[in-house]
Unconditional design. Sequence first.
Length: 187
Amino acid sequence: MLYATVRERTRAVAALLSAVSLALVFAAAGGRIPESVLPRASDAVLHAIPHVNTVLSLLAIGTIAAGWRAVRRGRIDRHRRLMVASAGLFGAFLVLYLYRIALEGPTSFPGPDAVYAYLYLPLLAIHILLAMVAIPLVYYAGLLAATRTVPELRESPHPRVGRAAAALWLVSFTLGIVVYLLLYVVY
């Protein structure tokens, strides 16, 4: 029954999942998730999360790019496995990100004010905007893939939406790594 509902209402389910995901991100970033509902990890674990998330981002960039290449070569099963891996990597990233930001809040930029204003903030804003646009597209493309056969997918919006989602996802992950470098390596 759930499968049929998702298949019939793919856009609505993608919209609902997107709204919940974005609400969680904004709630965590805005300090709206009470710390008392989350177990407290050690400082070492909390400190490691940005570094782990960067590795997850790099792996996701690799799986998204390889998945894109696989589908262009007609290797549908490989494409599917790589996109599922990408979604898993993103899920792990998101859980770790939300956990850390709910407990610690956003990381302050340690560099010069000019770099903050003219480089860091614009990069961060573009990263966030692309992620916000990519999330509904990723959900929609994924739900289409999960509820349709390969021949049906070819006739659905999946190829077009998937290309847009992958491109936005790649750029967002890449900018996230640049933000990480500015926060933890350069400054």
